[in-house]
Each structure stands twice: as structure tokens, then as C-alpha cells.
Write a protein that binds this ligand. Sequence first.
Ligand SMILES: [Fe+2]
Ligand SMILES: [Fe+2]
Length: 382
Amino acid sequence: MRSSREFETGPSLDEKMAVAAEEAGRGLSRRAFIASGVAVGVGAGLGPFGGAVSALADKPASSKLSKGDAAILRFLAAAEILETDFWQQYNELGGIVDSEVPGGSGSPMYIKALEVLDEDMPQYIHDNTEDEFTHFTFLNAYLESRGREAVDLKQFAELPSSKATGAQQIGRLTNLMELTVDTSWWTRYRSHTKNPDLGDSFAQAVPGLAKGEHPAIPRTDADLKPEAHLQAIANTAGFHFATIEQGGTSLYPALAQRTRDAEALRVVLSIGPTEAMHFQTWQDKAGNAPAITDPQTGLEFPNLKESTDEELKANLIMPEPAPFLRKSLPIVSIVRPTETTGIAMGVVEFLTAMGLFKGQSKGFFEALKQLASEADAARPRG
Ligand SMILES: [Fe+2]
Ligand SMILES: [Fe+2]
């Protein structure tokens, strides 16, 4: 079994990379493949858009990343480590535990409540968890390959685990048991007149989640009943998934605007859209959260499926065109926000306000803010 602490260490990273290299080269190492000379004939082929692809394009960049590019990738690696930490907690109780995402043994009743949103929820939780693991593992390996230090937060993994049956008992970086979930992304992506980058604000889809402190996983086995209480916990998770992944959807394009190195930009542009894929999936599933009231806390989930309000209706999950850059330009379907100024610190504040770090040490916040301020200090292009 692999603990979340081990997620940040070298051996599992090397192991994953070795397997990936093995698969990519079908038994030949990539280096040997290129060196043998067959790369010119065999390695050249057609890319996904029909363009010629040279195997030489795989040659690793050896130059040291600039301070600004390294700071951007280091902040992203930290964000991904934090994502991995809480997705791992979701997977232990609500996902699929296997060799790809080990740890924990599942909570059948919590899984049943999640499956009310979609029968494939455990699979999606598993796959999102695995994606986050590869995001930080890759970013750290990439930083080192370009002469910069990887990010390691394991000294701060001291928060308690859920005591519910199925969770591992290990130190955590994040807290999923006292969340205040901002669901304003729901109306933000349905508005065709407003954009947060132009100073607009947005109504909550689930106003009750934006106040108070709500568990998104069972804290103990006592949370497994009554049924409506457990369903409220699963619904909270369903909305939290989308809240987090829409944050990633904005973070990557916002930081991409500050990268200088073409390959570092490619890294940011290639990971970022996977956050949007996650967001879109979760937004669809959150719309299936049943309208209920938690008998223990009074937390209310409205009936979004049957809402007649265009800004609340559950099936309007495609991003509505919105104003962008200037209101004088035509509306356009875009990710929003993407403003780059102060984005990293904004993300730290967003996650802190969510309660994700409740109980964390002063040292943790200092380290995270240091990473954010260095990323925000990277000079924008243009
Ligand atoms: Fe990620
Ligand atoms: Fe993510």
C-alpha cells in the first residue's frame, strides 16, 4: 500500500516513469530508440492533426528554466500535490481502490450515495485521482529535468484522516470534513452578460454550501445514517469536485500567460485542459444531485434539474458565451476567469476560504504563500 506521504517521494515516481517509458518504447527505451537511427524512418509519423512528427522532437530540453518559469511550475506542482492529497481521500472511501490508485478499502454506503449522481462515480473519482497524481509527478520530474528543484510538502501531512471504515489512517495535507463550497461557477458559466474578470459577481447554485462547514466524506461510521444525511455528504462531494476542477481550469491559462520558455508553456497548456475535462464531467454529475435537506444540519440542495431559471438549469452545462477582455467585443465561449495578475495567491485564498486547509500549521501556510508569491512575481509576456 502506498501512503500519501510516499506520493511525494522518488521511488514511486521513478517506477511510474519507467513503466511509461517502457510502454512508450514498446520494450525499447526511448533513448536507445533514437540513438539506433531507426528513429528517422520509424519514429517519424503523422500526429493527431495529420502533421509530420519527428522523433527528434522528443529530445529533452537541457537548459535550465528561468526563475519565473520554475516558480510557475513549482506553484502548479504544489497545487497538484494538494489536489492529489484530497482526491486520494475521496478515492479511499468513494472510488475504486486498485494498483493504479491504492490505499483504503471503500465505504459501500458512501459509494451507493455517490452513485445516485451517476453509476460511474467511483470510476471517475479513481481516474481523476490518478490524473492528479500524474500531474504533480510529471511537473516535479520536469522541473528537475530543467535544473530546478521539485516541490515536496510531505512534512506538512499531519491532518487527521476520516475515522470512517475504509479510510487509511495516515497524515493528510487537506481536510475534507469542514468544507465551505463556493458553487458560483454554476451561474458564472451560464451567464452570457457577465465575466468575473470584468468585475462581475455570481449567485450560488447551492447557497447552503457557501456557508457553514460541511463534510464531503463520512467523518466516522456515524455519518453513514440516516440516508438523507449521507446523501447530503455525497452531494457536497459532487459539487466540491466541480468547484475544485473549475479552479484548475482557470489557473492553468492564467499562469500560462507568464511563461517564457516554449516547452514550459507547452507543459502548462497540455495539463490545463484536462482540468477542464474533469470540470465538465463533474458539472454534469453535480446536476444529478437529488434535491434533499440534511436532517442533521439543515443543508438544503435545490432541485436544479427542474429549475426554469436559465442560470440554474442543470442540463445547461456547455459554457455560455460571455463578454471577454472588453465589453465592446462580441461575446465568446471561454474559460473564465483567466486574469493573470495575482492568480496564484488568489488560488491559495480560494482554497483556504473553502476550509480545505483547516487545522494546517503556520509553516504550511507560509510555504504555500511563498510558492504563490514567487509564481505571481513572474513577469507577464507582452
Ligand atoms: Fe491537476
Ligand atoms: Fe484537478
